[in-house]
Design a protein. Structure first.
Length: 256
């Protein structure tokens, strides 16, 4: 593997230490070089099947049509996360806010909708989004903390971005009688734009194209934070097009 080639950890049964009484055996080839994004993409269906088998077996979900586990309601616990609150939803999933008691912080939790839980295709797309975003480690790309399943529902936890979408920032600037000089100065806009460019350039260097880059998918924080969100449509170089991922409102990840 040459320097600069996109790399990705070898897919394996997704299992946290909390759920595992003993270490998970390393998959074949784990001792060798890490897989490239292209090689890893070819294992997506196998990964999806492994995770979904784990979810369905643990919670006895009848994939033929029996009732799927319910999506958590406000105030519920969801796995190890407490004080769960839905802060956004779309055609295929929802975004929750929950508190991680292990480190005492709020996180955003993306889950599949109840009526999509029995679809292997939907689960595969969900996993692909989490894996792509989780391996693009960059200050301007929202980090993924965990990919797992709880209460019969696949989920991935990520940073809870506190701020507003770039769309909202620009709209407020247009309403400003001084052309945004007070609310969103040009110097700040250019700085934020360069941070978006940094994130996209990094993704491209790793063989990933976002394909849905727009102001709605960029969050701007109060203290200079800029995060590119929603990698559900991302295309991996050399991998087949897996179609549209979760249709979620990315601005819901912000803390209101």
């Amino acid at each position: 593997m040459t320097e600069g080639e996109p790399v990705q950890p070898n897919p394996r049964d997704l299992q946290t230490v909390r759920h595992a009484p003993s270490p998970t055996p390393a998959p074949p080839g784990a001792s060798g070089p890490p897989l490239s994004f292209e090689e890893s993409a070819r294992h997506a269906d196998e990964t999806s099947e492994t995770v979904w088998e784990r979810v369905s077996n643990r919670h006895r979900i009848d994939l033929a049509g029996a009732e799927a586990p319910r999506v958590p309601r406000e105030g519920d616990r969801f796995g190890r996360y407490a004080e769960v609150l839905e802060i956004g939803h779309g055609g295929m999933g929802a975004i929750l806010r929950g508190r991680d008691p292990n480190v005492n912080r709020d996180v955003a939790i993306k889950i599949l909708r109840r009526d999509r839980l029995a679809s292997d295709g939907a689960v595969g797309k969900f996993l692909a989004e989490a894996q792509v975003a989780g391996q693009l480690e960059h200050p301007n790309i929202v980090p993924v903390y965990e990919l797992d399943a709880a209460d019969g529902v696949p989920y991935f936890a990520m940073r809870l971005v506190r701020g507003r979408s770039l769309t909202e920032c620009l709209a407020e600037a247009r309403r400003d009688r001084f052309g945004g000089a007070a609310t969103y100065p040009m110097a700040r806009r250019l700085t934020d734009f360069l941070k978006v460019c940094d994130a996209v350039a990094f993704a491209h260097s790793r063989g990933v194209i976002h394909r849905d880059l727009k102001p709605d998918n960029v969050m701007v924080g109060e203290f200079g934070e800029v995060q590119v969100l929603d990698w559900g449509l991302a295309k991996i170089r050399g991998a087949p097009d897996r179609g549209r991922e979760l249709d979620l409102d990315p601005t819901a990840v912000a803390s209101r």
